[in-house]
Design a protein around this ligand. Structure first.
Ligand SMILES: Nc1ncnc2c1ncn2[C@@H]1O[C@H](COP(=O)(O)OP(=O)(O)OP(=O)(O)O)[C@@H](O)[C@H]1O
Length: 235
């Protein structure tokens, strides 16, 4: 009973949402209820609006129409501080991972702690565990430009989860890496999902989706003709 209550909790909800950058709606009539602990893929052709959709979920963009609720709160009613607070519960892995090149890999991963005023020294063991978990212990004192594409993506994932978010939004996290590294990144995301995190991954890679679906129960959403729909059984 209690378990059902926990697992049916909504983390992000969109109801009849539209978004326009100016020249007509890019997204229209979008509704989605993202449950705690769920795993979703978001696919669709280039330019369909996948990154835009993730930005609506992260409250980086405000819907032109409709309702966006994050952790049960109507985003349109939230002030800047409340949005910043809610964002701490969401980890984002961007398509192009950005790092501060003069800081070490470990310092970059710890940056969200520093920015939110946490005592980084007190988190030293957690940080070391996280860096070990993404397999970057050897590289932790290097500078970001010295990392490979896959190492950068893993550093970006570690930075996205350092604050212990409830939701992870990943935008093409395997875009610039080979198949083996894609598998490794996906297995980290699956592990996070098994810990109870909600995961939403935007990707073009249908093989990756099929392969992941063999390991975890995931729904596949597709943006088509400006609308969000559930993908067919082939995915
Ligand atoms: N800040 C912006 N101002 C105006 N138009 C934008 C802006 N950001 C994105 N767009 C346009 O909105 C459309 C959707 O972009 P978005 O990045 O959301 O698509 P996507 O599905 O993530 O694409 P891709 O798979 O290529 O990353 C594109 O035509 C893009 O050029």
């Amino acid at each position: 009973m209690v378990r059902n209550q926990i697992w049916s909790r909504l983390v992000i909800e969109l109801e009849n949402v539209a978004y326009s950058y100016g020249g007509g709606d890019l997204l229209t009539d979008i509704s989605l209820r993202l449950q705690a602990g769920s795993f979703h893929f978001l696919t669709g052709p280039s330019g369909a609006g996948k990154s835009t959709f993730l930005k609506l979920c992260y409250m980086e963009l405000a819907a032109s129409k409709g309702l966006v609720q994050v952790f049960g709160q109507d985003v349109a009613t939230l002030g800047r501080d409340q949005i910043a607070f809610a964002r701490r519960r969401i980890g984002v892995v961007h398509q192009e991972c950005q790092f501060l090149d003069h800081l070490s890999v470990a310092e970059n991963i710890a940056l969200p702690l520093t920015v939110s005023g946490k005592d980084v020294a007190a988190e030293r063991q957690n940080l070391a565990d996280l860096i070990g978990w993404v397999g970057l212990t050897k590289q932790q004192n290097q500078l970001p430009p010295e990392l490979s594409g896959g190492e950068r993506q893993r550093a970006a994932l570690a930075r996205a989860v350092i604050m212990g978010p409830d939701v992870i939004l990943a935008d093409e996290p395997t875009g610039n890496v080979d198949w083996e590294m894609s598998q490794r990144l996906m297995s980290l995301l699956i592990e996070l999902n098994k810990m109870g995190k909600s995961v939403l991954v935007a990707t073009h890679d249908l093989t990756l989706i099929r392969n992941t679906k063999a390991q975890v129960s995931a729904r596949v959403l597709r943006i088509k003709d400006r609308k969000l729909q559930l993908a067919g059984a082939d995915l």
